[in-house]
Design a protein. Structure first.
Length: 75
C-alpha cells in the first residue's frame, strides 16, 4: 500500500495511503535516531515505491512498514 501524500509539523505526520486511509502519527520514535529535525524538510515520497524518504533517499521508510507503525501507534 503506497503512501500518496503527507503533511508534517516537525515529527508529527498526517499520512494519506493509497486506500484513502489518513493516519496521524508521531514518527520521532521511529526515525528520530536517523533524522534530525532539520532533515524533516527533505521529506518526499518516492514516486515508484511510495516510500517516505529523507535526504534524497539516503533514509527511507517502506510504505508497508510505515502503515504498520502508524496503525499500531494509533491503537
Amino acid at each position: 500500500m503506497k503512501l500518496q501524500s503527507f503533511q508534517n509539523t516537525g515529527f508529527e505526520f498526517s499520512l494519506l495511503f493509497a486506500n484513502g486511509e489518513i493516519i496521524l502519527v508521531d514518527l520521532q520514535p521511529l526515525i528520530g535516531a536517523y533524522i534530525s529535525e532539520e532533515d524533516l524538510v527533505s521529506a518526499q515520497i518516492d514516486p515508484d515505491w511510495g516510500c517516505l524518504e529523507f535526504r534524497n533517499g539516503a533514509i527511507d521508510i517502506d510504505p508497508t512498514t510505515l502503515h504498520r507503525y502508524a496503525t499500531h501507534y494509533r491503537d
